[in-house]
Design a protein around this ligand. Structure first.
Ligand SMILES: *Cc1c(COP(=O)(O)O)cnc(C)c1O
Length: 490
């Protein structure tokens, strides 16, 4: 076996120099992949060979690093999601950065367990929390926690609000049947409903309030629903506003929601999964006014900030309330006055996880390398590109806009269509490797949805996507050649 990692007692390499060369090769492979990402297809399904390899049984004997890297290069690397590519516009996916890749390597090298204890990983997570408190004008001692994603952060927020409403006894007794009611718009992400299910409250306890034609919650309808529930003996405890709805990027009137929450004494949570970080842009920031009044805020660093997956975050105004929902002191987690076990608040006191990776490092890296302003500019640029796309669709002889653009999301389709053609166009575009928009349903019809998140996307990319979609819609296959549409530039 001619490889660095072989059969000694320890899992370290027998020969560090061979390992060094192989590891440098892996880094070079990925640097080249990122450098030339534009030249390949956006996406391609895993090959038969790759699928076959993915079904191989558990290897009893290892084949070493070099052979495994070769398998990665052939059977894994070419078949990823596609979200690195500038013409990936589906759903809301971050594009990653070369710096993020390096950050993950450094974090993996340290292999810190950030559940607690006295080490620098905890301090870096606290630092990022303070940065976020500063960005969103939260109190300096606000609590924060990295989690997998906003689905999880929203779930934790529901648990904190539940704890706040029911008091500590509910943690012991559980919830038999609850009169607690929560409120969000009919545009809210599905994970809010799931959070209600998982929190034992029941999805029926979440009221889905009508939104206006721009996709924002209707505060009048919200107040009426609250009033009706109170009259019926329910106990409203939570309003979830959305900053950047998943379908069209709509931002709820957060200031009005904050007023209602203050008056009604209910917890104000904001799902800002991708939209909240528009706060980094002076131009976009006014759209989010009121976000600074939230009791808790969930967002993702892995979407518009392009940190490698996964990097969700929860920011909570009142750290005592946050802690009360989770903290528990098992003897093996006792705190010591000195040494490694010192420190009062550990991340495990603020969420369900004990062992946790060093997610904070990649955020720390991104802010240190690029600076908050530059990251804000890339977010601004996505919105400018979305405006460009809107103009291109408005000028299109084939398509029309299907929803107003709020931030970076543009939905379009054929006039009078029920959406069947649009579904076909999107699947064709994805399978051609030219582009990867996704679909959503607006007013009951499927539409083509382009979410411009990727920092690599240009006006030319958008032109290619629309031209290809137009060609598909009009079945003008002469205009639809991959060779023509995918510019090769070295
Ligand atoms: C993406 C998204 C979520 C879910 O976040 P994950 O990180 O995928 O768990 C929730 N809400 C909105 C508005 C989103 O865009």
């Amino acid at each position: 076996m001619n490889s660095a990692v072989s059969g000694g007692q320890s899992l370290d390499p027998d020969d560090w120099e061979t390992f060094r060369a192989e590891a440098h090769g892996a880094l070079d492979l990925m640097i080249e992949h990122l450098r030339t990402i534009r030249e390949g297809p956006v996406w391609q399904p895993p090959s038969e060979q790759a699928l076959g390899a993915s079904r191989a049984p558990l290897p009893r004997a290892g084949k070493g690093l070099a052979a495994t890297l070769e398998a990665f290069r052939n059977d894994v690397l070419p078949y990823a999601t596609g979200n690195l590519h500038p013409r990936f516009m589906g759903w809301i996916h971050g594009a990653g950065t070369p710096v993020g890749m390096v950050a993950e390597m450094l974090a993996a090298g340290l292999n810190a367990n950030c559940g607690g204890r006295h080490h620098i990983g905890i301090e870096i997570e606290r630092q990022v929390t303070r940065w976020m408190a500063e960005l969103f004008c939260f109190p300096e001692d606000a609590s924060g926690l990295f989690v997998t994603g906003t689905s999880m952060a929203n779930f934790l927020a529901v648990l904190i609000a539940r704890e706040k409403a029911l008091g500590p006894s509910a943690r012991a007794t559980g919830i038999e049947s609850s009169s607690l009611t929560g409120y969000t718009s009919d545009q809210a992400h599905g994970c809010i409903k799931r959070a209600f299910e998982m929190a034992g409250l029941g999805a029926n306890q979440l009221r889905r309030i009508a939104s206006d034609e721009a996709g924002r919650i209707d505060p009048r309808a919200l107040e009426e629903a609250l009033e009706a529930d109170r009259a019926a003996g329910c106990q409203p405890f939570l309003i979830v506003g959305t900053a950047g709805s998943v379908d069209i990027g709509a931002v709820d009137p957060l200031n009005q929601l904050a007023d209602i929450c203050a008056r009604e004494r209910v917890w104000f949570h904001v799902d800002g999964a991708f939209g909240a970080l528009a706060q980094l842009s002076p131009e976009l920031r006014p759209m989010l006014v009121g976000i600074e009044r939230a009791d808790s805020l969930a967002f993702d660093f892995h979407k518009w900030l392009h940190l490698p997956y996964d990097a969700g975050f929860l920011l909570c105004r009142d750290r005592t309330a946050h802690r009360a929902a989770f903290a528990d002191r098992a003897p093996y987690l006792s705190r010591a006055p000195r040494g490694l076990a010192q420190g009062e608040d550990w991340p495990t006191d603020f969420g369900p996880d004990l062992s946790r990776g060093f997610r904070a490092l990649k955020a720390w890296m991104a802010f240190n390398v690029y600076g908050a302003d530059r990251l804000g500019e890339t977010i601004e640029r996505s919105c400018a590109l979305a405006r460009f796309l809107v103009a291109r669709i408005e000028a299109s002889p084939v398509f029309e806009l299907k929803a107003p653009r709020a931030l970076n999301i543009v939905c379009f389709g054929l006039p009078g269509s029920d959406g069947a053609v649009e579904s076909e166009i999107v699947m064709d575009l994805q399978e051609s490797g030219i582009a990867a928009p996704s679909t959503t349903r607006i007013n009951g019809c499927t539409v083509i949805r382009c979410a411009i998140v990727n920092h690599r996307t240009t006006e030319e990319d958008l032109e290619i996507v629309v031209a290809a979609a137009e060609a598909l819609a009009t079945q003008d296959s002469s205009r639809f050649k991959r060779e023509d549409l995918v510019p090769v530039e070295k």
